[in-house]
Ligand binder design. Structure first.
Ligand code: 13P
Length: 266
């Protein structure tokens, strides 16, 4: 089973409107030499830069997405952005449950479940982050936490819709930190998540659902992480805020896609 690998970056609260065209030009110039046809590449700008990003990346292999959204379609929700608004702005993806939203803005997986529904109904692909805290890890409950987050976020979804959701394993202790989780540790968590999907939704659905890794990914540690069987792409923060870093990571994911596809042909 080959899943289309993904290379993505969340810009978080960086890159203002006037900086987007330069970033895009530099990234696209470097991606000319890379065959990205077998992978999905995405950039998640802050809301105010979505318009500039839609223009700069329009007609290129780089899709854009939002970093969050509201679960309702419209209404009296001051300061919020809806799924149809993201679609209007040219988005294909929306990130949900990023650890910074959970930690600082009171996001919960119950809410995330409603957002997943709304995103799918609107035609956006939700990228749902999952991940344990440092304390969860110390106390040996990482897998239980991941199981509970995934079960809540996907509760009520018909099995056939699950592969339309992208999961991103992002250990909270590895985000914005000095080191990514080790490949062995990541492999174990991704195996757990895949087994969980299989148990709940069947092996066919589990085999088609993508699970990315994020948390202190760099061009140096990226190849070993994306080479893992159950890792279907890399989701990058800091190392991709400069286009050269992201271009290198996209090239690594594209190379891994070729290796994995040859392996699955055998
Ligand atoms: P860093 O790559 O900066 O650790 O951030 C990762 C992240 O938050 C991806 O969503």
């Amino acid at each position: 089973m080959t899943r289309r690998l993904m290379a993505g970056t969340g810009w978080k609260m960086n890159l203002r409107t006037g900086e987007v065209a330069g970033y895009a030009a530099r990234l696209l110039e470097q991606l000319h030499a890379v065959d990205t046809s077998a992978i999905d590449v995405f950039v998640l700008p802050p809301y105010t830069s979505l318009g500039a990003a839609a223009t700069a990346f329009g007609g290129t292999p780089v899709a854009i997405g939002g970093q969050n959204m509201h679960w309702e379609e419209q209404g009296a929700w001051t300061g919020e952005i809806s799924a149809p608004m993201l679609l209007d702005a040219g988005c294909r993806y929306v990130e949900l449950a990023h650890s910074e939203r959970l930690q600082h803005f009171g996001e919960t997986y119950e809410r995330v479940r409603s957002k997943v529904d709304r995103a799918l109904a609107t035609g956006l692909t939700p990228i749902v982050c999952l991940g344990e805290t440092a304390e969860d890890r110390r106390e040996g409950r990482s897998d239980a936490v991941l199981a509970s987050q995934a079960a809540t976020a996907l509760a009520g979804q018909p099995a056939q819709r699950v592969p339309d959701v992208v999961l991103a394993y992002e250990p909270r202790w590895a985000i914005g930190s000095s080191e990514a989780a080790s490949p062995d540790y990541v492999a174990a968590r991704h195996t757990t998540l895949r087994a969980l999907l299989s148990e709940r939704f069947g092996t066919e659905v589990a085999g088609r659902t993508r699970i990315l890794y994020g948390g202190s990914v760099t061009p140096d540690n990226g190849p070993a992480l994306v080479a893992l069987d159950d890792v279907d792409g890399l989701f990058v923060g800091r190392a991709a805020w400069h286009p050269d870093g992201f271009a290198r990571i996209v090239a690594e994911v594209a190379a891994a896609a070729q290796v994995k596809s040859r392996r699955s042909d055998r």
